[in-house]
Design a protein around this ligand. Structure first.
Ligand code: FAD
Ligand code: SF4
Ligand code: SF4
Length: 464
């Protein structure tokens, strides 16, 4: 346990125990529940959200922020939380990969604009709207574009289906929940919220501590997540598309092109520097976004220790249908894993109408996320032991769930760790210039390339 303490008061809080160890994902829950309003969420110099101590007013015995932090509180993990939440639900089942579940479904929203503007099949937006129009909640907290170049996306409270619809698509950019959780605590009503797995855990921890939050948050929808990215990710993609990364004004993720498979989606950007004409462009996944994503450029440290693939604390989890039978359809299909009976009934009733949603087996659902599972249940072990060997701070992972990986995969994981650690400072020292940045990263990219070539060779000539 940490020996680092707050310099001024000697009091432990998330800043001394989590941020100082570079384990903060910037979810914002600690700042939303601090009784002395001593914390806020700010971007650090690497474009990641972190908790920041504003004053010096921690209560003598207060450790509320540490109790809700998903990267500190290890008394409760996704197994114990999932058990408390769902184990007694009639008809519930469990797998080590997914946690608890009732059913899983595949399909798309029968409302055209949901699918057109959705990340995959638009079922997350469809479900949030159903909860509102079915009078199961009064408000929905989800992520929307934001008219601030320093903060291009943020969580927002929506009161109408139209507002929810405007928040479609995935957001691969830092977002935090402190404002919306504060809003929920200070405004009566029944709420639904959609969040990444780490945020789902944090919100559940806060709900267990604060009865008002427990009463007000009626549904929590989760997204499968393999990693998130700092602000630098969209800056790099903007630069790749010929825009000015220093003057990004707007970003739209998950642009669909009918001629491309669902997996080859685009990112649209607009950059404006007030001198040259504004520059707009779309960069597709296979045009360079894929390498930056998979090679873990600009990935926050905290994601290195995240073993929750299917947002195990959520009432229903939404993901892309990354299966051969769906991936070729560029319009997109979503898979939904249900844990809450009301949401499950909404989907079963949709299935009965035999329209655009069907049941899918749990094996196929797990298969659709095989690469995320490999990362979060195999490679994570290698990352963890490399951190330990380098005497860097870690957090416990659910080792009972882990499987092993090959030597070449372990070496590759080690190089990617260096990429995620070095890319933010190299992006800054290259003045956000793509060519200069690439030169600085060349040593690591060449090593990754060599491993991939060796793997291809072994497969071709030795069949392994
Ligand atoms: C960082 C990240 C990583 C992901 N990784 C994977 C993956 O590896 N495999 C996979 O199958 N799916 C992944 N997803 C989920 C996937 O991108 C889609 O969100 C999912 O398929 C639902 O699509 P949909 O069309 O049903 O959602 P839509 O109808 O488009 O609705 C999406 C909803 O999610 C909300 N939202 C978007 N971004 C965020 C965010 N960052 N935090 C909280 N809420 C948000 C939006 O406000 C909207 O309400 C990831 C999503 C994110 C944000
Ligand atoms: S609760 Fe969230 S924002 Fe606060 S320290 Fe933990 S990870 Fe960071
Ligand atoms: S990988 Fe885990 S820690 Fe990182 S953003 Fe996704 S859910 Fe959060």
């Amino acid at each position: 346990m940490s020996e680092i303490v707050n310099n001024i008061t000697g009091h432990k809080n998330v800043c001394t125990e989590v941020v100082a160890r570079n384990l903060c994902i910037g979810c914002g829950i600690c700042a939303s529940i601090c009784p002395r309003e001593n914390l806020k969420i700010e971007f650090n110099k690497f474009g990641e959200y972190n908790a920041l101590e504003i004053g010096n007013s921690c209560g003598e015995k207060c450790n509320l922020c540490l109790q809700v932090c998903p990267f500190y509180n290890d008394k409760d993990n996704e197994d114990t939380l999932g058990k408390k939440l769902f184990a007694e639900t009639p008809g519930i089942k469990h797998t080590p990969e997914t946690g608890y579940y009732l059913n899983s479904f595949v399909g798309y929203s029968n409302i055209k604009s949901h699918r057109e503007n959705g990340a995959s099949g638009g079922l997350a937006t469809w479900t949030l709207e159903k909860l509102l129009t079915g009078n199961l909640v009064d408000h929905v907290a989800c992520v929307s574009g934001n008219n601030d170049p320093e903060k291009l996306f943020k969580f927002k409270i929506c009161n109408t289906p139209e507002e929810v619809r405007e928040c479609s698509r995935s957001c691969y950019y830092p977002v935090e929940t402190s404002e919306v959780i504060k809003h929920i605590l200070s405004h009566k009503g029944r709420y639904a919220i959609i969040a990444l797995p780490c945020m789902c855990k944090a919100i559940r921890l806060a709900m267990h501590l604060i009865p008002k939050l427990q009463r007000r948050i009626r549904f929590m929808l989760g997204l499968v997540c393999n990693q998130t990215k700092s602000k630098f990710f969209v800056e790099y993609i903007c630069g790749l598309g010929g825009g000015d990364p220093n003057c990004l004004r707007q970003v739209t993720f998950r642009i669909k092109a009918p001629s491309r498979p669902a997996s080859d989606f685009g990112l649209r950007f607009i950059s404006e520097n007030g001198v040259n004409p504004s520059r707009e462009g779309v960069v597709f996944w296979t045009e360079g976004m894929n390498r930056i994503w998979f090679d873990r450029y600009f990935t926050p440290n905290a994601c290195d220790f995240c073993d929750d693939v299917f947002a195990e604390c959520s009432d229903a989890t939404f993901m892309d249908a990354w299966l051969p039978e769906y991936v070729t359809d560029g319009r997109g299909h979503s898979i939904v894993l249900t844990r809450n009976r009301e949401i499950n009934n909404i989907f079963l009733s949709e299935c009965r109408k035999k329209r655009t949603v069907n049941l899918i087996s749990i094996d196929a659902t797990i298969r659709s996320q095989s690469s995320v599972l490999f990362d979060k249940r195999s490679l994570i072990r290698e990352r963890y032991s490399r951190y330990r060997r380098a005497s860097l701070p870690t957090r416990p992972i659910r080792s009972g769930l882990m499987s092993s990986c090959r030597y070449d995969q372990r070496v590759e994981a080690g190089i990617k760790l260096r990429i995620s650690r070095e890319s933010p400072s190299q992006w800054i020292s290259a003045d956000k210039d793509i060519e200069r940045f690439r030169k600085r990263m060349r040593g690591l990219t060449l090593r990754l390339g060599a491993i991939r070539e060796a793997r291809k060779f072994l497969k071709k000539f030795l069949g392994r």
